[in-house]
Design a protein around this ligand. Structure first.
Ligand SMILES: [Mn+2]
Length: 219
């Protein structure tokens, strides 16, 4: 999967389809919205074509309702996935310019904010997972379930489906390019028994302005 460079938000993604299957049920989407950037990682239940169908439906629902608020997006997905076997998902709205992000996770998709520290070990803030399956049963009072936290330059946000081992985030090199981090995590922590997907985002400093427009000698 190719890396994208949506500066100042850097993105890396790595995924593997379960051996013997043609399509993965694990999907991700990163889209600009009026909230900033909407990010979701979806795991269609099980694996194979029915899982892939559920995963695609969820991505479609989020893409179609990208400007809605977070609990409404979950409800849109829930309605659309009723005709599928269902999915679990993490959903985040990143708002770098406001210095904050909001997120939630329903089912078993990991979402973590890693903040590099001067001591080398990143501080880790994990989303509180909520029970449920999108398309079958979602938590009541969805409005109260998303969490808002601060989001600073240099912070990493990691997502992983349950095809990635639970402790995957402990040895992340926070200075490495996002694509290198994603590739390394998939290689070292993916299981052989399920589809696997890891998505890594980092808010970088604003890129330098075009030197041809602001170089020495320019007015
Ligand atoms: Mn899975």
């Amino acid at each position: 999967m190719p890396a994208q460079a949506l500066q100042p938000l850097e993105i890396g993604a790595a995924a593997r389809t379960l051996a013997g299957e043609k399509e993965s049920g694990d999907r991700f989407v990163v889209l600009p919205s009026r909230h900033g950037t909407v990010v979701s990682v979806v795991d269609g239940l099980g694996h194979g074509p029915a899982a892939a169908f559920a995963g695609k439906l969820a991505v479609h629902a989020i893409s179609k309702h990208v400007d809605d608020i977070l609990p409404v997006q979950v409800e849109r997905c829930h309605q659309m996935l009723k005709k599928s076997r269902g999915a679990v998902m993490a959903l985040a709205h990143l708002q770098p310019t406001a210095g904050q992000m909001s997120w939630l996770s329903i089912g078993n998709v990991a979402a973590l904010r890693l903040r590099p520290t001067s001591r080398g070990q990143a501080s880790v803030h994990s989303v509180l997972p909520r029970g449920g399956i999108i398309g079958h049963r979602v938590p009541a009072r969805m409005q109260t379930l998303s969490e808002t936290l601060d989001f600073q330059v240099g912070d990493l946000v990691l997502f992983a489906t349950d095809g990635i081992a639970e402790v995957f985030y402990r040895d992340v090199d926070c200075q490495a390019p996002c694509q290198a981090i994603a590739d390394s995590l998939l290689k070292r922590h993916s299981k052989e028994t399920d589809d696997a997907l890891v998505l890594v985002l980092r808010w970088n400093e604003n890129p330098p302005t075009d030197p041809s427009a602001s170089g020495p000698g320019q007015p």
